[in-house]
Design a protein around this ligand. Structure first.
Ligand SMILES: [Zn+2]
Length: 485
């Protein structure tokens, strides 16, 4: 017995030693970069962003509400505000209001890069809750307010400002640089990004990398990490919607059958919702763990360094974080429409629900449909795909000159930030550029925190003047850094 206990103790010690060894050798992989001196940004740069914010380039769900005069005004704004870009860059429009600028590089043997953004914005749901006119182009106490500031006009204008500034300095890029600005990102991107990507594909363009929106510099949003963390999206989730319908005998509500169409459908939806797909550490998440794990305190670091042992714990931590945390580790389930009935005393003959799923890389919409059918397991519930469907994007590699250039440029402009790849849980226009490059990255240079995160598509959308100025510096630096290697 004593021998047995001894053996157990030895095994336990080996186990603990193994965990500690893995933890202490889980060392920082952060790129060491010296910050660069800040170039001065002219006052007029702020003015041009506020001018852009005043133009109501709203994408409405109903195409009948499309206001062409606003988008024409934006075309005019571009032409008048950036005379050097207008004279030096080639310019092509797509479906009148989406733009592709091409700035010819010195070395045409190098692959070009594509910097993306979108000029459309979402509508204002509750104008009375805004503290300022959402289209007033207001600057107050060092903050620029208005619909589109962070999504995504500061980025579009930031890129244009950087290019205009570089041309005025006499610069010409090493690689050809494409600026691709869609005008319908918020409603799917068919007329903008899709058309631009098709054109580039037709021209035989293969880009070294593509950079679009998707992630930003997070402040205190990663539990257990104190410094700011800039996430570079290396993949985005897919989206599919499944329609569930139940057709049954209806009748008068005074003599209901034990089960009606509503009952059967309600049970099915509850089953689907309470049996989500399995949690998983996707490839982008693994990249995040490799980069950020070593920067964490002992307990978190130990868990991340020994993922094979602590994976269930890590997954349950993300799951219980809810919302975005849960969305990072699995395909999410969101019932969005539930329809049945026309009168209070008639049992309907049909009930119908739509459930939207955001698919994690590694799974497909077909997997989702199979999972729904197996979970519901009731032949009275008919299922089918409904509407818009997109598979998760491929995962872009991080060992590329594109990723390194973005990574380095972030650290040169934003001193002391940590960087890491991650999975974007929403959709961006860059998903249409799969044929143009395997190296698609999603990052815009501004700080997001618990205070401003809800302003995204929300009330009092805003960016600090300082963030906007740094965005211009970032894009300038990125273009300068995008050389041949
Ligand atoms: Zn956006």
């Amino acid at each position: 017995m004593k021998k047995f206990l001894k053996a157990i103790l030895v095994l336990l010690l080996i186990f603990v030693a193994y965990i500690l060894f893995k933890t202490f050798t889980f060392s920082s992989k952060q790129l060491e970069v010296q910050p660069v001196a800040k170039v001065s940004i002219p006052e007029t740069s702020i003015l041009r962003l506020t001018e852009a914010l005043k133009i109501k380039t709203i994408s409405h769900e109903d195409p009948a509400n499309f206001d062409s005069t606003a988008f024409e005004a934006f075309n005019e704004f571009l032409k008048n505000s950036y005379p050097l870009i207008d004279s030096v860059l080639e310019h092509k429009t797509f479906n009148k209001y989406s733009h592709l600028f091409s700035w010819r590089g010195k070395d045409l043997t190098l692959k070009p890069i594509v910097l993306m953004g979108h000029i459309d914005v979402v509508p204002i749901a509750s104008p009375e809750k805004w503290s300022v006119d959402p289209f007033g182009g207001i600057v107050k106490d060092g903050v620029i307010l208005g619909r589109g500031t962070i999504d995504d006009k500061f980025s579009v204008i930031g890129i244009l400002e950087a290019v205009e500034m570089l041309i005025s300095e006499g610069a010409q890029p090493e690689r050809t640089i494409y600026l691709a600005f869609g005008h319908d990102e918020e409603v799917g991107g068919e007329k903008g990004a899709v058309a631009i990507a098709k054109f580039l594909e037709h021209e035989g363009i293969q880009a070294e990398y593509v950079l679009d929106e998707g992630y930003a510099i997070t402040q205190k949003l990663v539990p257990g990490v104190d410094p700011d963390v800039a996430f570079i999206g290396v993949a985005e989730k897919g989206s599919t919607t499944i329609e569930l319908t139940v057709d049954m005998e209806g009748g008068h509500s005074s003599r209901p059958d034990p089960e009606t169409a509503i009952d059967v459908l309600a049970k099915a939806v509850v089953k689907v919702k309470s049996n989500p797909s399995k949690g998983t550490v996707s490839e982008p998440m693994q990249g995040f763990i490799n980069q950020i794990g070593p920067e964490m305190g002992f307990v978190n670091k130990m868990a991340f360094a020994n993922l094979s042992i602590f994976k269930p714990l890590v997954l349950s931590t993300y799951e219980s974080a809810g919302g975005a945390g849960n969305a990072l580790i699995r395909t999410t389930t969101a019932p969005t429409i539930f329809n049945a009935g026309i009168k209070e005393n008639i049992i309907p003959t049909q009930a119908r629900a739509l459930i939207n799923f955001r698919i994690i890389p590694g799974e497909t919409s077909e997997d989702v449909l199979n999972h729904v059918n197996q979970t519901v397991d009731d032949s009275r519930v008919k299922t089918r795909f409904f509407g818009f469907n997109s598979e998760p994007s491929p995962v872009s590699p991080v060992e590329t000159s594109g990723y390194n250039t973005i990574n380095k440029s972030i650290k040169e402009i934003f001193d002391g930030v940590l960087t890491a790849p991650n999975l974007v849980i929403a959709a961006t226009d860059s998903r249409h550029f799969g044929a143009i490059s395997t190296n698609i990255y999603r990052f815009v240079p501004y700080h997001i925190n618990s205070e401003n995160i809800s302003t995204f598509h929300g009330i009092d959308e805003r960016i600090s003047v300082e963030d906007y100025e740094n965005a211009i510096r970032f894009y300038r630096q990125l273009i300068l850094n995008s050389k041949g290697q």
